[in-house]
Design a protein around this ligand. Structure first.
Ligand code: KIV
Ligand code: ZN
Length: 515
């Protein structure tokens, strides 16, 4: 019998720490529902002490999710743990994940604490967290650069204090696969009570080694991997869930463990995360990139046609690649729309929200005869920011684009209910539209990124636009979708502006400054 490899997904916590990837409560709930369908074992939903919004989001996920454990992050500080415990209270199965840094550089420069004090706080935090749940995880942050002797002492003490999972983070992505695997083996051998806890790993991708390091750890006895969909995460990201899961499944001959993951849900989960965060997936990304199963060269195509295993080690359909299937059309009614939303794990809190989505679906079906799952996801993502009256809404946009004439845009926005109009010229129709919007809004935000992707194939496909804006050090992503890419661009720009005006009081878990 193979061991179970526990999949701990931190898309909603570490993933959210990517600049501009912050998610609203409802977006987190939508992703969490997908993770549950993927059969992820543990969903780390956020860092509740960071802000009231973060607390609410973790709580909403805890209320919604039944089949996965819902986890909240807390520094080794009483008020963090209290907040985390409160947030996961509604969960059927809840975990508190507490951490403190153990590397010399982090203890000295960030925490300004002596090792003995760090060890004492780690033990206190675990004991305190155990009052709220039996399921407590402890991480020695920056374990990858910590001294092994000290790590062994900390791990032994926190396991005695009641940690059921000990997670070894390579916080800055510094380790190499052989070295990291050795570290896990050494810790399991040298910590006297190591058999009383699950060993977990959490690898960052700064050297492009997060997945390789995680797999090396699994080969050396780690039985939980912390990862994110599409490898999203702080800086270069975390280990990509889809790559870890498929490596273990494909190389059953080498791994004496397997996950519970329903791999056919991988591509839908990847698309949803990309759609919500605005972080596009590169075409050559393993497993979920558009080219991951495409064969360009004649020799490869010939081989695949004769016998697919000549060039394919996995089957596209096993990871959820299916040709775009038309799911709804112009004549689909409310029931068909509601049923498909349910199948996609999308729910609406009020009839009003459902009715507005249905109206937008009908508008889209008028322009585009075949509606795919991806169109429905985009349509829902485009819905405003929940619980917030959006400051800016697009009332109308007219763009003139003609050979030999400088493009001109005329825009009317609803600004807190009042209609305001302006016009502007630009280098192209999108540039002119953004300038016209700015003439109304005057945000002084900097445009960092503009990208367009087609959601499905064909020239009648919706264009999905991501806009990244920065103002006073704060970065937000906005997205919009429409069969007209200029309108999609204006929607994305306004979506980002609406996020910029929301309060931004949120603290970073690893900043080392008090909240
Ligand atoms: O990278 C890291 O060390 C973390 C910890 C909070 C587990 O994200
Ligand atoms: Zn991390």
């Amino acid at each position: 019998m193979n061991d179970q490899l526990i999949v701990f997904d931190t898309t909603l916590r570490d993933g959210e720490q990517s600049p501009g990837a912050s998610m609203t409560r409802d977006e987190k709930v939508r992703i969490a529902r997908n993770l549950e369908r993927l059969r992820v074992d543990v969903i780390e939903a956020g860092f509740p002490i960071a802000s009231p919004g973060d607390f609410e989001a973790v709580r909403a996920v805890a209320q919604e999710i039944k089949d996965s454990t819902v986890c909240a992050l807390a520094r080794a500080i009483v008020r963090d743990i209290d907040r985390a415990a409160e947030a996961i209270k509604p969960a059927r199965s809840g975990r508190i994940h507490t951490f403190i840094a153990t590397s010399p550089i982090h203890m000295r420069e960030k925490l300004r604490m002596e090792p003995a004090q760090v060890l004492e706080d780690a033990v206190k935090a675990v004991k305190y967290a155990r009052q709220f749940t039996d399921d407590v995880e402890f991480s020695p942050e920056d374990a990858g650069r910590s001294e092994t002797d000290f790590l062994c002492r900390v791990l032994e003490a926190v396991i005695t204090a009641g940690a059921r999972t000990v997670n070894i983070p390579d916080t800055v992505g510094y380790n190499l696969p052989g070295q990291f695997g050795d570290l896990i083996r050494t810790l399991r051998e040298r910590v006297p009570n190591s058999d009383k806890a699950v060993f977990s790993v959490h690898c960052h991708n700064d050297l492009g080694l997060a997945v390789a390091n995680s797999l090396s750890a699994v080969l050396n006895g780690a039985r939980q991997v912390e990862c994110t969909i599409n490898g999203l995460g702080e800086r270069a990201g975390n280990a990509a869930l889809e790559e870890v899961v498929m490596a273990v499944r494909t190389r059953r001959d080498l791994f004496s463990c397997d996950t519970r993951i329903d791999t056919t849900q991988i591509v839908p989960a990847s698309r949803l995360v990309s759609n919500i965060t605005g972080f596009a997936v590169q075409p050559n990304k393993a497993i979920v990139g558009a080219n991951a199963f495409a064969h360009e060269s004649g020799i490869h195509q010939d081989g695949v046609i004769k016998k697919r295993e000549t060039y394919e080690i996995m089957r596209a359909e096993d990871v959820g690649w299916v040709a775009n299937r038309m799911v709804l059309g112009k004549h689909s009614g409310r029931n068909a729309f509601r049923t498909r939303l349910k199948e996609l794990g999308i729910g609406f809190k009020t009839d009003e929200e459902f009715n507005s989505a249905f109206e937008r679906f009908k508008d889209l079906a008028d322009k585009k005869h075949e509606i795919f799952d991806e169109d429905i996801q985009a349509l829902v993502t485009e819905e405003g920011i929940e619980g917030v009256d959006e400051q800016y809404r697009l009332t109308s946009l007219k763009v003139c684009s003609e050979t030999g004439v400088r493009p001109h845009a005329a825009v009317t926005l609803s600004v807190q209910g009042a209609q305001k109009s302006a016009g502007a010229e630009g280098g192209g129709p999108v540039d002119a539209s953004f300038r016209a919007i700015e003439a109304v809004v005057g945000s002084e935000a900097q445009l960092l990124l503009y990208s367009v992707n087609n959601i499905t194939s064909g020239t009648d496909s919706q264009g999905e636009v991501t806009v990244r804006l920065e103002r006073a050090g704060r970065i937000v992503n906005g997205h919009g979708a429409d069969t007209d890419i200029v309108i999609a661009s204006a929607k994305a720009y306004l979506n980002a502006l609406n996020k910029l005006v929301l309060p931004a009081e949120r603290a970073h878990p690893q900043a080392g400054t008090p909240i």
